[in-house]
Ligand binder design. Structure first.
Ligand code: HEC
Length: 158
């Protein structure tokens, strides 16, 4: 009886540690640090974007699903870094790249392109500024560009 219980516990522990190290390897390949990304999200983004990045109708866009479409075109990749909440955040270039890669991998895995290249600190440093002033205009142009590329998934309104 005792041994069965111990075996069960051991098997459960093995499963957990395999899952944890699997997730770490996966995240590393994708170019981000999960703990740092969660912290950056909580301190710099979540206050407006909600814990699970869903939309607040008419006010805050969802960051779930849409971003995977945006990063398919160069202007969309840039748009994501230049919206004021991202561009003007107190996050360093590396930290912003990290939280964006985490968002794309964990909340936009179904919609990002298969050949998505993770953001790098260098790319963010080169492109995050200046912050967009007319976000709505840029978003509209981006959505039109996606449509011309045959991607009609992102709605104009949120
Ligand atoms: C003060 C509130 C606020 C904070 C903080 C904030 N955002 Fe935003 N975010 C918004 C609003 C509002 C929009 C809609 C566009 C606009 O008005 O800037 C937006 C738009 C976006 C978009 C474009 C999505 C789309 O569909 O157009 C991205 C990407 C984004 N934010 C990422 C972030 C990230 C990453 C952080 C944290 C580093 C962050 N935001 C912090 C309020 C915020």
């Amino acid at each position: 009886m005792k041994t069965t219980r111990a075996r069960q516990l051991y098997a459960a522990l093995l499963a957990v540690s395999a899952a944890v190290s699997g997730a770490a390897v996966h995240a590393e390949e994708r170019g981000y640090d999960v703990a740092a990304a969660r912290q950056a999200w909580v301190l710099n983004c979540m206050g407006c974007h909600t814990g699970d990045a869903h939309a607040i109708a008419g006010k805050v866009p969802p960051l779930t699903g849409e971003l995977g479409h945006f990063v398919r075109v160069p202007e969309g990749r840039e748009f994501v870094m230049r919206v004021p909440g991202a561009s003007n955040s107190s996050l360093s270039d590396a930290e912003l790249a990290n939280v964006l890669n985490w968002l794309i991998d964990t909340r936009n895995a179904d919609t990002r392109p298969a050949d998505f290249r993770p953001y790098t600190a260098q790319e963010v440093a080169a492109k995050r500024r200046p912050a967009l002033t007319d976000v709505a205009k840029h978003r509209k142009a981006l959505i039109e560009s996606l449509r011309r590329n045959g991607d009609t998934a992102v709605a104009d309104q949120y």
